[in-house]
Design a protein around this ligand. Structure first.
Ligand code: ZN
Length: 293
C-alpha cells in the first residue's frame, strides 16, 4: 500500500497537470458517477486536489468532490493528451488539454458531499504532511495508550500517512522497540518521533521514494543510493546500524521489522539491556522482507 508521501506527491503532480482548468471526467468502467460532476460537454472545472493521509479529494466547481483511496491495488497512469483509449477497468479518467490521468483498481472512488468528506477526515489522525496538522492529538493518545507504538504508528486514526516502511525505519532511528507501549515513552521521544516522521515523509514527497539512510555516510549522492541501501532494517536481513540479524514478527497482521540490539524493549521505569531483547519479542519467522509491504 502506498505510504502518505506517494499520495501527497500524486496530489501535487496531478494539480500541476490538471487543476485550475476544466477537465473531461469519465468512468470507462462505469462504476463511478462522473455524470454528477460534468456539464453537457462532459467537462468540470477542477479547482484543486487535496491529500489527507492516504486519501485524495478532487475539488470540482461548482460543488462536487471526488474521494479516492487507492487501497492495496489502486494505481494512477499518466499519459499525454490525447491519450489512447482507456482500459475497460479504468474507474476514472481525468482528461486535461496536456495530460490525462487514469485511475485503475482503487478501493474507493466516489462523489462525496462536503459533509461526507468531513466525516472521512474526522476519522483520521493528524497528517504530518499537512500544514494544518495538530500533533497534540497524537501526543495525547500515545501518552495514555498501552497499545504498542508499532501498532499506533500504522493506525490511521492516530497518525495518518505512515506505512510499514516508515514505521520500521522511524522506530529504528529512535532506538524504540515496536512493542513498547505508547504510555511508556517519554513525551520528548514522542515529539522527536513526530518531527522525524515529518522530515522523512517530506523527503519522500520530494524524492518520490523512501530513503532513510544518508547518502553522505554511504559515500554517494542520495539519488544514487540503491534500494538495498535505502533502509536500516526494513526489507533487510541484517541491521545496517549494527549488522545484527533483523527480526520480524506479525503485529496486527502486518510484519514489523526491527533490530533487537539497537531497539531493545525497555521495561516500564527500567533500563534497556541492549544485549538481551525480551523473549516474547523474538522472531516468529526469519526476516525475508521485501515482499512485505
Ligand atoms: Zn542494529
Amino acid at each position: 500500500m502506498p505510504e502518505g508521501h506517494t499520495i501527497h506527491r500524486a496530489a501535487r503532480d496531478q494539480e500541476r497537470d490538471l487543476a485550475r482548468r476544466p477537465v473531461v471526467v469519465s468512468s470507462p468502467q462505469g462504476r463511478f458517477d462522473a455524470e454528477a460532476l460534468v456539464d453537457t460537454d462532459r467537462r468540470a472545472y477542477l479547482a484543486r486536489i487535496e491529500a489527507f493521509g492516504k486519501h485524495l479529494f478532487y475539488h470540482f466547481e461548482p460543488g462536487g468532490i471526488v474521494h479516492v483511496h487507492l487501497g492495496l491495488f489502486g494505481r494512477f497512469y499518466r499519459r499525454r493528451s490525447p491519450a489512447p483509449a482507456p482500459r475497460s477497468t479504468t474507474r476514472m479518467r481525468l482528461e486535461g488539454d496536456a495530460m490525462t490521468i487514469d485511475l485503475i483498481g482503487p478501493t474507493a472512488c466516489d462523489v462525496v458531499t462536503p459533509g461526507q468528506m468531513l466525516a472521512i477526515t474526522a476519522r483520521l489522525g493528524p497528517d504530518p504532511l499537512r500544514a494544518d496538522a495538530q500533533p497534540r492529538h497524537f501526543y495525547a493518545y500515545v501518552a495514555r495508550s498501552k497499545t504498542p507504538i508499532g501498532a499506533i504508528l500504522l493506525d490511521q486514526s492516530r497518525i495518518c500517512g505512515v506505512g510499514n516502511v516508515y514505521r520500521a525505519e522511524v522506530l529504528h532511528l529512535l532506538g524504540i522497540h515496536p512493542e513498547t507501549p505508547g504510555s511508556a515513552l517519554e513525551p520528548a521521544q514522542v515529539k522527536a518521533m513526530w518531527r522525524l516522521v515529518v522530515g522523512l515523509l517530506r523527503r519522500g514527497v520530494e524524492e518520490k521514494r523512501i530513503v532513510t539512510t544518508r547518502g553522505l555516510r554511504l559515500g554517494k549522492p542520495r539519488e544514487r543510493v540503491s534500494r538495498a541501501e535505502s533502509t536500516h532494517v526494513y526489507g533487510r536481513t541484517t541491521c545496517r546500524t549494527c549488522e545484527a540479524e533483523v527480526l520480524t514478527y506479525s503485529l496486527r497482521a502486518r510484519t514489523v521489522h526491527y533490530c533487537g540490539v539497537c531497539q531493545p524493549l525497555v521495561e516500564a521505569g527500567g533500563h534497556a539491556d541492549r544485549k538481551t531483547p525480551r523473549r516474547s519479542c523474538e522472531p516468529i519467522q526469519p526476516s525475508s522482507a521485501r515482499r512485505h509491504a
